[in-house]
Write a protein that binds this ligand. Structure first.
Ligand code: PGA
Length: 251
């Protein structure tokens, strides 16, 4: 049985003091949540936010990492550094990393393999641009991202991986994919996993939707068979909204 995950992606927002304040205000909502919950915060806030999260069910996540353990990679953060901060999740291959920082499926693949080697749980982002959606080739695009991104990753690792389908045209635009569009792609990804790893592994892999998720559209998205939660940007910066999102489906 797949346990849904609601993960916040704070992106480049919040100073340490602001991050601590927001995290503290999320604790009650996380405690009542029936789904798994996580916040992926800026590197600078990981340590302090981690302290606030101690003993809570809200998991700590990072937004990126380098695949090497150490070396001459100015400005980068290694998996060992994340381990030291007791990070559980790490977002990899977010479309903003691919777009603005030239990450490719090959670099994302290296990062996923490294994260798994270091006991981290990758949240692997895939998704097409508006141009690709309008050309109708979004499934080929996402399939390519997955085939290359998952090269060398064995089926027994899948339970540690979460996939997030995030159509670029829906990120931060207020234009959510319809639940039918989101479900269609998440179902396609699950079928692809089935062809790559077999039915059982595919049934177990958690697939999130991301892109303008808000309290008023989460219910419908989560009611879809193949959508196991959400990766939330903008709405994760509001304590009220993220509390509502974490408690989707709870009485
Ligand atoms: P958004 O971002 O919820 O602000 O659209 C989602 C994401 O980029 O992960």
């Amino acid at each position: 049985m797949r346990k849904p995950l609601i993960a916040g992606n704070w992106k480049m927002n919040k100073t340490i003091a602001e991050a601590v304040e927001l995290t503290e205000s999320l604790l009650p909502g996380a405690a009542s949540a029936t789904v798994e919950t996580a916040i992926c915060v800026p590197f600078t806030a990981l340590q302090e936010v981690g302290r606030v999260l101690e003993g809570s069910s809200l998991a700590l996540g990072a937004q990126n990492m380098h695949e090497e353990e150490s070396g001459a990679y100015t400005g980068e953060i290694s998996p060992l550094m994340l381990n030291e901060l007791k990070v559980t999740y790490v977002i990899l291959g977010h479309s903003e990393r691919r777009m603005y920082f030239a990450e490719t499926d090959r670099t994302v693949n290296g990062k996923i393999r490294s994260a798994l080697r270091h006991g981290l749980r990758p949240i692997v982002c895939v998704g097409e641009s508006l141009e690709i959606r309008e050309a109708g080739t979004q499934k080929d695009w996402v399939k390519d991202q997955i085939l290359q991104g998952f090269e060398g990753i064995s089926g027994d690792m899948l339970e540690r991986i979460t996939i997030a389908y995030e159509p670029i045209w829906a990120i931060g635009t207020g234009r959510t994919a319809s639940s039918a569009q989101a479900e269609e792609m998440c179902g396609f990804i699950r079928d692809l996993m089935g062809r790559m790893y077999g039915e059982n592994a595919a049934c177990g892999v958690r697939i999130l939707y991301g892109g303008s998720v808000k309290p008023d559209n989460i219910g419908e998205l989560m009611s879809m068979d193949n959508i196991d939660g959400a990766l939330v940007g903008g709405a994760s910066l509001s304590a009220a909204d993220f509390t509502a999102l974490m408690n989707v489906g709870a009485e």
